[in-house]
Design a protein around this ligand. Structure first.
Ligand code: PHE
Length: 477
């Protein structure tokens, strides 16, 4: 397949496709929740540092490995290491991870779709009422929405309308961003919103602890679609003349801008709808928070534009978020599907059906995890708490394996593949990169402190999450 590999038509096409994968529920839901939960400004600061100092080099490393090997992640790891068995394991990990991430991603995408449909049916006031979210995620309508979303995803992947989706995303993503900005402006005019702005923008350094650091790192990896073979796959479709470092910078910048703006909408909204909120209770924030505040923001619009207008705004917003989610979901799912095709010689249809059937099975298990089925709701017990199946997938793949995959790609590039080949590949299409500050920084950091930081965070996460031992916080205090 290497010879006939498809290519992106332009640099802009590549950047938009990579940004389409990167911008998704992670930016609009995960980031604001992470910021609320982990001390606002402290989280934002750590996040920004991680994006620039760690994620950008990792993203460039992934894209370069993809472009040099012209293969899917598994093929890339094996190809560039001359068939090493050890590195094959890293390749497998970067195929299983996106699959498992797709599992919980699908469930959240279904919730978004459900909120779109409910606001279209005029139920915005109900969505804004307390308790609705927990009823919704355990209600029967959820399964109807899931079937619909699965149908849409299957149609996109099978019917070859992927290109159409990407074209549509070029219009819809900027529309989403514009809408976010308008909503930020609206939220900021409300009483007490500035308390939220302060919580978000002024870092309280004393709040930085192991949980904040780990939360910010996993979120940054997830949001930039790193550690999942996506950027390797996309890199394999890019032209040798394209400038990888500058494309990566653009993708990271776009993604971070969207996440930052989403935070600027949600955090002030929390403080304005809930003026007595104490920041300590925010540490309990979870995804459900977004599903309760978003409808409240929209409902508040009814004073100025009426209930119908408010519902319309809600509807358009959820639809745009749904689009962002679908472009991400399709990109994650493409990794296992194309790996199965190229590794096992399966046809596209067969591979879609196999991966799809497994996806449905696991996603149902996740959807059952919120009280519908006791077995999945109290699936296992570790670190002093009962964990649902959804929690396990999230803890293992999002919080633990993402940094691990990042560590593996750094070690691979720095110690196995080596710098000479890496730099040569990167300099193609980017002559100014040669001997630049970025080149020196990337070479040094991939070899030294990035793997160290990732290894420490990975180890600490394993100890905290599964054994309840927090070494880093013990050392700090
Ligand atoms: N980055 C996407 C988001 O922020 C999610 C995603 C993760 C997409 C991994 C592809 C791969 O929503």
């Amino acid at each position: 397949m290497a010879g006939s590999r498809e290519q992106f038509g332009s640099k802009l096409g590549f950047v938009l496709a990579a940004a389409g994968s990167a911008v998704g529920i992670g930016n609009l839901v995960g980031f604001p929740v992470g910021a609320a939960k982990n001390g606002g400004g402290a989280f934002l600061l750590m996040y920004a540092i991680f994006v620039v100092a760690i994620c950008l080099p990792v993203m460039i490393a992934e894209m370069t490995v993809g472009r040099a090997s012209q293969k899917d992640p598994l093929g890339a790891y094996t190809g560039l290491s001359n068939g090493s068995r050890k590195w094959r394991i890293a390749g497998w990990l970067s195929i299983i991870t996106p699959f498992m991430i797709a599992v919980f991603y699908l469930v959240i995408t279904v919730w978004i779709f459900g909120y779109f449909a409910e606001s279209a049916m005029g139920n915005l006031d109900e969505l804004a009422a307390p308790g609705t979210f927990s009823n919704f995620i355990t209600g029967n309508s959820l399964f109807m929405y899931m079937a619909l979303v699965l149908g849409i995803v299957y149609f996109i992947l099978q019917g070859g309308v992927k290109e159409g989706i990407e074209k549509a995303a070029k219009i819809l993503m900027p529309a989403l961003f514009a809408m976010l900005l308008l909503l930020v402006a609206f939220v900021l005019t409300r009483d007490n919103a500035l308390a939220g702005v302060e919580f978000y923008l002024v870092p309280d350094l004393s709040k930085i602890n192991a949980q904040v650091v780990n939360g910010a790192l996993s979120q940054a990896f997830f949001s930039l679609s790193l550690g999942m073979g996506i950027m390797i796959t996309y890199g394999s479709y890019i032209d040798k003349r394209a400038n990888l470092p500058s494309s990566a910078k653009l993708v990271a910048l776009t993604d971070t801008a969207v996440a930052f703006t989403a935070g600027l909408m949600i955090l002030p909204a929390i403080f304005s709808f809930n003026p007595t909120v104490d920041t300590a209770s925010l540490s309990e924030s979870s995804v459900s928070m977004i599903f309760s505040y978003l409808p409240q923001i929209f409902l508040a619009l009814q004073d100025s534009i009426g209930y119908f207008g408010a519902s319309l705004v809600a509807c358009i917003f959820f639809l745009l978020v749904f689009f962002a989610a679908i472009t991400s979901l399709v990109s994650i799912f493409e990794v296992p599907v194309s790996a199965l095709m190229s590794e096992k010689g399966a046809s596209r249809k067969a591979s879609l059906l196999i991966c799809g059937a497994l996806l449905v099975l696991f996603s149902l298990m996740c959807a059952f995890s919120f009280g519908l089925v006791g077995f999945f709701t109290n699936f296992v017990f570790y670190a002093g708490a009962d964990k649902s199946f959804f929690d396990v997938v999230y803890d293992v793949f999002y919080d633990t394996i993402l940094p691990l995959n990042g560590l593996l790609i750094c070690l691979f590039v720095a110690y196995k593949w080596r710098h000479y080949a890496f730099n040569q590949e990167l300099e193609q299409g980017a002559p100014e990169y040669q001997s630049s500050f970025l080149e020196r920084y990337i070479n040094l950091s991939l070899k030294t402190f990035i793997p160290v930081v990732l290894a420490v965070i990975f180890t600490n996460t394993v100890l905290v999450k599964y054994f309840g031992i927090d070494v880093v916080s013990m050392l700090i205090s």
